[in-house]
Design a binder for this molecule. Structure first.
Ligand SMILES: O=C(O)C(=O)C[C@H](O)[C@@H](O)CO
Length: 254
């Protein structure tokens, strides 16, 4: 029996737009609710959410197979990727990539030898159903999907070299951090920032890798989709709850 098929990886390879949202509440209960809302993926955020390996696991368990689970690790370190893959998460996002060397190290961390350096723990890992997925070791590499975040001027400078590397399925531009690094904190709409994002998107799409972005502006999301961007973050659990609750509280007083 092989590793489970990674449907998100397959869809990105087929250039089919995949819409999803950020999940920062760190709650298995709300993750389960969101898994049935119709998004193609949910991203459990270990960079800015109050998440640990056990809370990521609990959310992945309640999401199950209802939609694709992505985990963003807090920092690009090999052992963090190993822990998340062993949970059974097949798609990992790594923030703050600024060099081809770092990108290559992350790609190696996603794969078992000889392709990479992932440590062998399948016999005790949920990813391999605790050893019951008999062909896990020989099939897991084909199903992992790596999303690297470029979100600084240094990252943009390294982008052409990163795009030549194998085993990186998607490059995601982090608009907020990029805007801050370019001198426009909190202003992702600055024309300079948007121009840099669009130029990066063109390079990524031309390379054949999938391009990704997060925007809460639906018209802009559709614009990116029409450009060929396929990994599209269009919201987050915190803003959805915050905005709906705040609007309701205000509306009842009118
Ligand atoms: O720089 C960005 O933008 C990101 O990396 C996404 C964020 O962390 C964020 O906006 C989540 O809400």
């Amino acid at each position: 029996m092989p590793a489970p098929k990674n449907h998100l990886k397959a869809a990105l390879a087929a250039k089919i737009p995949q819409f999803g949202i950020w999940v920062n509440l760190a709650s298995p209960y709300s993750a389960e609710l969101l898994s049935g809302c119709g998004f193609d993926w949910l991203l459990i955020d270990g960079e800015h959410g109050p998440n640990s390996i056990p809370t990521m696991l609990a959310q992945a368990q309640t999401i199950g197979q209802r939609t694709n689970t992505v985990v963003r690790i807090p920092v690009g370190e090999t052992h963090r990727i190993k822990q998340v893959l062993d949970l059974g998460i097949q798609t990992v996002m790594v923030p703050m990539i600024e060099s081809a060397d770092h990108a290559a190290a992350m790609a190696k961390a996603m794969k078992y030898p000889p392709q990479g350096v992932r440590g062998l723990g399948a016999s005790v890992a949920r990813a391999a159903d605790f050893g019951r997925v008999s062909d896990y070791l020989t099939s897991a590499n084909a199903e992992t999907c790596l999303i690297l975040q470029i979100e600084s001027r240094a990252g943009l400078a390294a982008l052409p070299a990163i795009l030549t590397l194998p085993d990186i399925e998607c490059i995601f531009i982090g608009p907020s951090d990029l805007a801050a690094d370019m001198g426009f904190p909190g202003n992702t709409e600055a024309p300079e920032v948007q121009a840099a994002i669009e130029e990066a998107m063109r390079q990524i799409i031309a390379s054949g890798k999938a391009a990704g972005i997060l925007t809460f502006d639906l018209a802009r999301a559709k614009h990116y989709r029409d450009m060929g961007v396929t990994f599209l973050g269009v919201g987050g659990d915190i803003p959805l709850l915050l905005n709906a609750a705040t609007a309701l509280a205000a509306a009842v007083r009118i």
